[in-house]
Design a protein around this ligand. Structure first.
Ligand code: FPP
Length: 255
């Protein structure tokens, strides 16, 4: 990675003479499919939920690293619309993780100037999960560092259907004509309307697919895969993914 020193802007202490290593051509938005928690636990003879717990702790480490590297947005796939098919005990456990995570780490995230947002069908989450996340969103709303964007009860196909429904409604209301619908119209109705598309998408655990994650938004995203299971995915490997990204030529269909 081509590293040089810059003032560390993503922290509230940034006005001091604190400097942090950052690099040129950093991906502004990184999305991660945090896969392999179950296998991590199985390898150790532990229940699957132990892998999710360890995965949750790793979220904190990677959030910290992303913030230090001055990444602007980190979108983490925490729970898909398809994950409801899992055994109820596992679903309930995963739904409690954001509550635990915020209980443990919210003060630190506030200090680190991180802003918490979500994408997905938020209203359908369990009441306690919603309440904990709402509190965190409110408490961090004015923060100006890394946006930690949690994809929870998120599915890309449903996101597009939802967007199309809203557009049809607006056409019916006479706000614009069908012929006026563009890529921007659709983008503007996605959960991600307020954030730029991911530059880099990482998937851990050796699986090579997108699993209904940011399908529209990742049209020109650089993909990066590793066999490492999410709980073992380290800051060093995160930097390696960024380093590889920096060597890629993005042509967006041009030459
Ligand atoms: C996929 O691994 C992982 C999940 C479905 C849950 C991910 C959730 C976390 C890491 C915690 C998120 C918490 C916050 C606060 C963002 P898997 O269970 O499919 O693994 P496997 O393929 O090995 O079975």
């Amino acid at each position: 990675m081509r590293l040089f020193k810059l003032p560390f802007k993503n922290s509230k202490e940034s006005t001091a003479d604190f400097t942090e290593t950052v690099s040129e051509n950093m991906p502004k938005h990184i999305a991660i499919i945090m896969d392999g928690n179950g296998r991590w636990a199985k390898k150790r003879g532990m229940p699957r939920v132990a892998g999710h717990r360890e995965g949750m702790d790793n979220v904190k480490r990677i959030v910290k690293a992303a913030n230090q590297l001055q990444v602007e947005i980190l979108t983490l796939y925490a729970f898909s619309t398809e994950n409801w098919k899992r055994p109820l005990t596992e679903v309930e456990y995963i739904m409690k993780l954001p509550i635990d995570f915020l209980q443990h780490y919210l003060p630190e995230l506030v200090d680190e100037n991180v802003r918490i947002q979500t994408i997905g069908e938020f209203d359908d989450l369990p009441k306690n999960t919603k309440a904990a996340i709402m509190r965190a969103k409110e408490q961090t709303a004015d923060n100006t560092g890394l946006i930690l964007n949690i994809a929870i009860n998120y599915g890309s196909r449903f996101e597009m259907i939802r967007s199309i429904r809203e557009i049809c409604q607006e056409v019916q209301e006479g706000k614009y004509e069908i012929e006026e619908i563009t890529e921007t119209t659709l983008s503007d109705h996605l959960y991600t309307s307020h954030i730029k598309d991911p530059d880099l998408l990482i998937r851990t655990s050796g699986e090579l697919r997108l699993s209904n994650f940011l399908l529209w938004q990742s049209a020109y995203t650089e993909l990066w895969f590793t066999d490492t299971l999410w709980p073992d995915f380290s800051k060093e490997e995160f930097e390696k993914a960024i380093n590889d990204f920096q060597k890629r030529k993005r042509r967006y269909g041009g030459i």
